[in-house]
Design a protein around this ligand. Structure first.
Ligand SMILES: Cc1cc2nc3c(=O)[nH]c(=O)nc-3n(C[C@H](O)[C@H](O)[C@H](O)COP(=O)(O)OP(=O)(O)OC[C@H]3O[C@@H](n4cnc5c(N)ncnc54)[C@H](O)[C@@H]3O)c2cc1C
Length: 384
């Protein structure tokens, strides 16, 4: 057993740190948050430097590294600033479907463009009436000639306002049983596609540097050759897809927690109350001890879950533990960081309130914390 990162992993972590510290401008982060701006140029730069879709094979524009390396970058980006880090980390969302299940032709056509930051992609799964209950999606794709004709509505779709392409989960066989009636279809030219209407849902509690959209499909025609993977296997593909994306989401929470911790520590050493630095009160010392322990535990869970995926022994319970626990630590630590800042923590200028707002979403998307606990329980107890 070896808890040290390899030299290559350490180099990747250092490169991500250097990029984020050099490129993430705090004033711009605040502006993106306040004015709901998507930092498109930054995403392009991150792609150029090789930080997007690093897990894709080199022949398709990736770095051919594992999920652990993706986690290291996610952690560093989120530690420096999640408002500016997340748009790059999420810019390839949905395209993992092609990486995992696509044909060589599909991989050739799309993956390099996505990894380079030229294309933004999105994953269109959630519907207004079905989020956690993914088996109840209603959006349908009926065959007509060589096309699928898609009808239905997807909601809360990250990136859709800017995305060039994306994967959509659709019911392709209404007669088939639940879990084997769904497929994944790839959409080109998302912004100009006939039969697609994209509406940004506006500003939200946090991660305002990303767009979150509703997408209405109204007789939208897509060639049947855009099927990703196998017809009827969409639900399974979606679950496998989330197994690889869930752990890096946990890594981002570890980064957010570490960043908030660092800010709180710097403040507590500086701020004097009753004649001494806040950091010297035993109560505060214990807070730091608890936060540091939680962050370390979350980090180790994330790294181990990622390592299991990379070593072809993926562990669904461990991945869910990593995502659930890290997201909880992210929220808890950001909350405590605000508390340690006192009244200043509540003010926008000190940034920790923004971090708290950004951290919260991690407990909701890519599986709510309740659904993660179901997965953990199911794996360890079995279906009751
Ligand atoms: C900012 C943002 C970005 C997002 N990005 C995307 C995206 O890019 N693509 C995409 O497809 N989706 C995206 N989502 C959607 C997100 O994944 C869903 O919101 C999430 O899965 C929960 O679904 P829901 O909102 O329908 O809640 P519901 O499923 O209606 O759940 C409501 C509550 O009930 C709980 N619950 C549900 N089932 C159970 C149960 N069996 N037992 C106990 N409690 C339960 C949930 O945990 C939750 O607390 C995004 C959401 C947001 C807010």
């Amino acid at each position: 057993m070896d808890f040290e990162l390899t030299e290559e992993q350490q180099d990747i972590k250092n490169a991500a740190k250097e990029f984020a510290e050099g490129e993430f401008d705090l004033e711009y982060a605040r502006k993106c948050d306040e004015e709901h701006i998507y930092p498109r140029e930054l995403v392009r730069k991150a792609g150029k430097e090789g930080f997007i879709a690093m897990q894709f094979p080199e022949e398709y524009g990736g770095q051919g590294v594992g999920i652990l390396e993706v986690c290291l970058v996610g952690e560093e980006f989120a530690r420096v600033d999640s408002t500016l880090g997340l748009p790059s980390l999420a810019s390839n969302f949905g395209s993992e479907q092609i990486w995992l299940f696509g044909t060589d032709e599909q991989k050739e056509k799309y993956l390099s463009k996505i990894a380079s930051g030229e294309y933004i992609s999105c994953g269109m799964y959630t519907e207004p009436d079905a989020g956690s209950d993914a088996a109840s999606y209603k959006t349908s794709a009926e065959k007509d000639g060589d096309d699928y004709v898609i009808n239905g509505t997807k909601t809360f779709i990250t990136n859709a306002q800017y995305a060039d392409v994306g994967a959509v989960a659709v019911i392709t066989d209404k007669e088939a049983k639940k879990f084997s009636n769904m497929s994944v279809v790839w959409i080109d030219d998302l912004q100009e596609h006939e039969g697609i209407k994209i509406s940004d849902l506006g500003r939200k509690m946090g991660i305002n540097s990303t767009s979150t959209c509703e997408i209405a499909f109204d007789n939208c025609r897509v060639p049947q050759s855009n099927l990703v993977g196998e017809e009827g296997m969409g639900f399974l593909q979606m679950m496998q897809f989330f197994d690889t994306t869930r752990v890096p989401v946990g890594a981002m929470s570890v980064g957010m927690a570490q960043g908030a911790f660092d800010k709180a520590l710097a403040y507590a050493k500086e701020r004097k109350v009753f004649g001494m630095p806040v950091a010297k009160f035993e109560v505060t010392m214990f807070k730091f001890a608890e936060m540091a322990t939680k962050i370390e535990a979350a980090r180790n869970l994330v790294y181990k879950a990622a390592w299991k995926i990379d070593n072809e022994t993926p562990d669904a319970a461990l991945s869910s533990m990593a995502k659930w626990y890290a997201a909880k630590v992210g929220v808890d630590v950001c909350d405590e960081a605000i508390q340690i800042h006192g009244g200043y923590g509540y003010m926008a200028d000190y940034d920790v309130e923004r971090w708290y707002r950004n951290a919260k979403i991690q407990e909701i998307y890519e599986g709510t914390k309740e659904i993660e606990k179901y997965t953990i329980a199911r794996e360890i107890i079995g279906r009751i």
